[in-house]
Design a protein around this ligand. Sequence first.
Ligand code: MG
Length: 257
Amino acid sequence: MTADEHPLTVAFDADDTLWHNEDLFLDVHIEYEELLSPWAEAATVDDRLHEVQMTNLPRFGYGVKSFTLSMIEAAVRISGGEVDADRITTIIGYGKRLLDRPVELIDGVEEVLDALGHHRLMVITKGDVHDQLAKVAASGLAERFWRVAVVADKDAAVYGELLERHGIDPTRFVMVGNSLRSDVLPVLELGGSAVHVPYPITWRHENEHDGHDIEVPTLEALRDLPQLLRGWDGDGKLAPGMAGPAGIGGRYGAHPA
Ligand SMILES: [Mg+2]
């Protein structure tokens, strides 16, 4: 297929862009706070859990399984070693609930992919390979995508390598996602384009960056993406006048952006 037949490569983040994710994490956070309430207040529980997660990230990577291990480790620390086996079992159950969750598509996803079918469509998601590929399979969307990439992290080096490997010209590449940190900033750094579609809830870690003032096309709903891309002017810039507020503050813990 020629570039003319596929005017752009449009890549989608998965969690909280194609399907709901963070809403269930929020539910689990609230239950976890309650579970550890004998030892600490909710904000303290969140802070300690976040510290453990960030310390573990280089070892465990992203995903539910690493989150579950971090919840257990943080529970032991927060309780000063008093947390009991019933509570540990409950925490493991949180992880299983997150993994077993049925895929619930974001409103309008299928129509958007239909409308953009003349472009080359990709998924670029980070996290646990087994879990992410299972969600892609369960979504019923897999056949619509030219490529599905599950990566360990989403920084400029990883995007650069992906574009190189798949022969994608950065000036004809658009990344669509809910995270400025993971879906927007590194792609802009490479000379690509990005569209921010915030999800109502943002994981605190995804708000830890210096790009909050950046002007980037921002959509209230994924449904508006085909119209935005129709304004593509062919030289690597999206239609003007679409820049919006750069993101919604994170909920977890004491210092959302
Ligand atoms: Mg996401």
